[in-house]
Design a protein around this ligand. Sequence first.
Ligand SMILES: Nc1ncnc2c1ncn2[C@@H]1O[C@H](COP(=O)(O)OP(=O)(O)OP(=O)(O)O)[C@@H](O)[C@H]1O
Ligand SMILES: [Mg+2]
Length: 244
Amino acid sequence: MSSAKFDAAVVLRVEGLTAGYGGSPIIENVSIEVFAGKITAIVGPNGAGKSTLLKAIVGVIKVSGGHVFVLDDETTNFAPEKMVRRKLAYVPQVANTFPDLTVRENLEMGGYTRKDGTAERIVELCELFPDLHASLRRKAGALSGGQRSMLAMARGLMLDPAVMLLDEPSAGLSPLLQTALWEQIEKVAATGVGICVVEQNTRRSLRHADWGYVLVLGKNRLDGPAEVLLHDEEVIDLYVGRLS
Ligand SMILES: Nc1ncnc2c1ncn2[C@@H]1O[C@H](COP(=O)(O)OP(=O)(O)OP(=O)(O)O)[C@@H](O)[C@H]1O
Ligand SMILES: [Mg+2]
């Protein structure tokens, strides 16, 4: 797959997705594209349906209309465990690590379907996430909030995904730790993984993203290069706020 937006492959394509929790749809006719090695940010007000969109993509909730393609294959309504094998990793906002297991055990569980190369992959990820290296034998529950977010991402990377969906990875972190986390997300993207990140901190996520989608009331409102959205009057007034 290719597109005119970037000189990179489309690793995730969502076309006209409609989904919800049994009542009326929460997201309606939503379309997005995620590119290899690029960061795509989904922004929008509370309750816009950002987390619901991720859950629908990864098969946690059922899709009632539209299509999901990962790499070149259609994966609409595949179960989450099947999506992992299709090279899509999903890091939910909560319950994304096992607090009673060590960092290493968490990583091993993240790679549970690997036939081989688990130890080697952990070494690679320790290079990518130096903070985790020193903590391999610590319980995940004893890590700081920033380290736990890094571990959740590293776990998701154990199976060499082509796409990674991150739901509010920097929620609850101090500004300094948010900066460190975003630098880490950029490092992961630089390895070729297509990142789709949902964040409440609109300004910060658009600063780091390559492309942004604004979602309002479960529908696509507008999208464009993140840099352009950051200076778009409507986006600033509604979601970013003016710098004083
Ligand atoms: N498990 C659920 N069952 C029923 N309705 C739900 C469920 N989860 C979310 N909703 C509803 O779906 C709508 C969208 O919620 P969602 O969590 O996707 O928004 P969001 O954009 O991620 O918001 P936030 O920025 O607060 O995380 C809300 O009206 C919410 O009440
Ligand atoms: Mg959410």
